[in-house]
Design a protein around this ligand. Sequence first.
Ligand code: URA
Length: 184
Amino acid sequence: MYENWEEVEDACKNCNKCRLCNERKNVVFGIGNKNAKVMFIGEGPGADEDIQGIPFVGKAGQLMNKAFEGIGLKRDDVYITNIVKCRPPKNRNPERDEAEACIEYLEAQIKLVNPDIIVLLGSVALKNILGIEYGITASRGKWFEKDGIKILPTFHPAALLRDDTKKIYFWQDLKKIRNKKEEI
Ligand code: URA
C-alpha cells in the first residue's frame, strides 16, 4: 500500500483513524536504522514518548538501552517502533480496533526495513503480530517464523521494572538475538 518511507510516515503523522489521535502530543512513528537486521516492536508510546515523539525514551527505554549495551548492540543499529503510534490514555493497553487501525503503518515499516529478526516486546506485540493471546511467559525465548522473518517474543522492559526476577530471562533472550544475528 505504501511505496516508501515518506508516504507511510506522512500518512501516520496525519492519522486520525482512531480515538488515540485526540489526546496525542506527538505521533511516535519509529526510530533507528531503516536497514536494520533487528527490529523491536513494543506496545505503544508512554508519557515521555508522547512528549518527545520517539519510542522507548522513558524508564523502560533506558533499561532496554542498558541491556543493548550488554550484548554489544547499539540503539542506532536496530529499528524500534510500537504496535500503536499514539499514546493510549493512562498507558492502558491499546484496544483491538486501535491496533487494527494502526497496523498498516507497522506492516509498511516491516516491509521497508525488511529485518532478519523481529523482537516482540510483551504481550500486546505478541498478540498483534503472532495472534497469540495471554502467552508472553510461555512464548518468550522461543523462535517463531512469519513471512520468512525470525520472530522472538520476550518480556516488555516495563515488566522488568515491576519484577526484577524477569531481568535474567530478558537478558537470556537478548543473547539469543545476538547469537542468531551472528548465524545469519
Ligand atoms: N512502552 C512501549 O511499549 N513503547 C514505548 O515506546 C515506550 C514504552
